[in-house]
Ligand binder design. Structure first.
Ligand code: AMP
Ligand code: MG
Length: 332
């Protein structure tokens, strides 16, 4: 199969729609990462997504819709605070998990009675979703467990020959996957941290918690139990208070002749040679935007990436550190 990368225009959108109607999957840009989308109402189309990615069959998908889509046709929404969150953050990088009306096929949410819905703000994503005129189930457009794609080229590297079309909307500005927030309970619970932080949600509705699975409990966001976002090279993560160990490890690896790079923020980069830095930048949104781009770059040039955790842990950094620790997790 030949994989085409096309700018978003009438021709590529018509091709995308044709492919979707044939039950195929199409890659498209969003403000977080690139998605691999298919018709959420068709079991065969949704099954294709899992097959293309090699995604575990118990990891549910997020349904993407344009901003005027009739949400009521997909989910039951009886929580007044959920409307406040939509008004404050949508369209944008926030996915809300509602009680499902089961109008999309059950494979989307792996048989759960909830459904995750997202309204991306990326202009190209909105055009694509409006043109497709159907609920689009979409995980990130990468092979399962690899780093999420933040450009059309990243998608091509993973899915060349596996899909027909990548809609190119440039580099994703957000850089990490959406915040996933359960709105079925009395107050919102963040299942996956991201660019809309728990603190930002609490500011709007008064209360928000970040979910931590209790021992022995069934994980409420099945995807979170998997290690992913990993580059192909070796990685090692150091805490912000383990700088001495990071410097020592860097020296030892260099002496062994390894191509070693350090992924870190501005706060510690002066401890290492400047040509060996994968620079996350200064602010938390900058770090989120740069993280996957740098991991993609790093895996091409490094034998080992040493990552140093930024000191700030709350807000958007909770999402950045979550992805960073998953990228550097030993168990895959
Ligand atoms: P990805 O598509 O790789 O960005 O992952 C989607 C994330 O959304 C995973 O962490 C899933 O566990 C989570 N998710 C999707 N649907 C649901 C749902 N119905 N309930 C809870 N979490 C969900
Ligand atoms: Mg993913």
């Amino acid at each position: 199969m030949t994989t085409r990368i096309m700018q978003i225009d009438d021709e590529s959108l018509a091709l995308a729609k044709k492919l979707l109607e044939e039950g195929d999957a199409v890659a498209f840009p969003t403000e977080t990462v690139y998605g691999l989308g298919a018709d959420a109402r068709r079991d065969d189309a949704v099954a294709r997504i899992y097959q293309i990615k090699g995604r575990p069959s118990d990891n549910p998908l997020i349904v993407h819709v344009h901003k005027d889509y009739d949400l009521d046709s997909l989910v039951e929404d009886d929580r007044p605070y959920a409307k406040k969150l939509r008004d404050a953050f949508l369209p944008g990088p926030l996915t809300l998990v509602y009680k499902s009306r089961k109008t999309v096929c059950s494979r989307v949410s792996c048989g759960l009675d909830t459904l995750a819905v997202r309204v991306p703000s990326h202009e190209g994503a909105q055009r694509f979703l409006r043109y497709a005129d159907m609920p689009i189930a979409a995980p990130s457009a990468n092979i399962s467990k690899h780093i999420s794609p933040v450009s059309a080229d990243h998608v091509y590297e993973d899915l060349n020959g596996k899909i027909s079309l990548i809609l190119d909307g440039g580099r994703c500005s957000g850089g990490i996957e959406s915040t996933v927030c359960d709105v079925t309970g009395e107050y919102p619970v963040v299942l996956r941290t991201g660019l809309v932080s728990a603190e930002m949600i609490a500011d709007v509705v008064g209360r928000c918690e970040i979910y931590k699975p209790k021992e022995g409990e069934r994980v409420r966001s099945p995807g979170m139990k998997y290690k992913h976002y990993a580059p192909k090279c070796k990685t090692k993560l150091f805490g912000g208070d383990e700088l001495d160990s990071a410097v020592k490890a860097f020296g030892e690896l260099e002496r062994q002749g390894a191509r070693v790079y350090v992924l870190c923020g501005d706060e510690v980069k002066d401890l290492f040679p400047s040509d060996k830095i994968l620079d996350l930048g200064k602010t938390e949104t900058e770090m989120a935007a740069n993280l996957y781009e740098l991991l993609h770059e790093g895996e091409k040039i490094a034998d080992v990436i040493l990552a140093v955790e930024p000191k700030k842990k709350d807000g958007v950094m909770a999402g950045v550190i979550n992805r960073l620790s998953k990228a550097c997790a030993e168990e895959r």
